[in-house]
Design a protein around this ligand. Structure first.
Ligand code: S3P
Length: 168
């Protein structure tokens, strides 16, 4: 089974993805980490040197490459991955899609401490970050909410993830 974890930066996709993959004993892929490894550069460097458009093409290529070559995995997808091209439709066709939905307030409290490694927010002053998250979250919700399974940050646990993924 392929499980795609989607949601805004900071919602916990990598954290939950690792735990879920360990529990199910299937591989875990962090889409950003695979892109970094393939390119030999950090996501921040790719954005700075090649631009976001190039990153989005790489993201799509790596998503397809990993998906076509593996039948079983948990994948933590970057926050923008389901929002470009028709990636969300592709993910839905290929496996179980899970949106970890975290409120903008909660995202802000996490992201304000972790801006550096995220090119989209790195240069946004702290006092403008909340407004940026609210706007971007609103723009992206239309993609995230297409996930087959939606779990709020408050209700998420390993048990709920497994229960919903296998019984939806
Ligand atoms: C992005 C989210 C990041 C990473 C890139 C762009 C986005 O991943 O893919 O910086 O557009 O939301 P995380 O969601 O893992 O931070």
């Amino acid at each position: 089974m392929r499980i795609f974890l989607i949601g805004f930066m900071g919602c916990g996709k990598t954290h939950w993805g690792k735990l879920l993959s360990q529990k199910l004993q299937i591989p875990f892929f962090d889409l950003d980490a695979v892109i970094e490894e393939q390119e030999g550069k950090s996501i921040t460097e790719i954005f700075a040197e090649n631009g976001e458009e190039h990153f989005r093409l790489l993201e799509k290529d790596v998503l397809y490459m990993l998906t076509e070559s593996h039948d079983n995995f948990v994948m933590a997808c970057g926050g923008g991955a389901p929002c470009f091209f028709n990636n969300i439709d592709y993910m839905k066709k290929k496996g179980a899609t899970v949106w970890i939905n975290c409120s903008p307030d909660c995202l802000y409290s996490r992201l304000v401490k972790e801006k550096e490694k995220r090119p989209l927010i790195k240069n946004i002053p702290d006092e403008e970050l909340k407004a940026f998250i609210i706007k971007k979250y609103a723009d992206r919700k239309i993609f995230y909410q297409q996930a087959a399974i939606i779990l709020s940050d408050e209700e998420i646990s390993l048990d709920t993830l497994i229960e919903k993924t296998f019984h939806t």
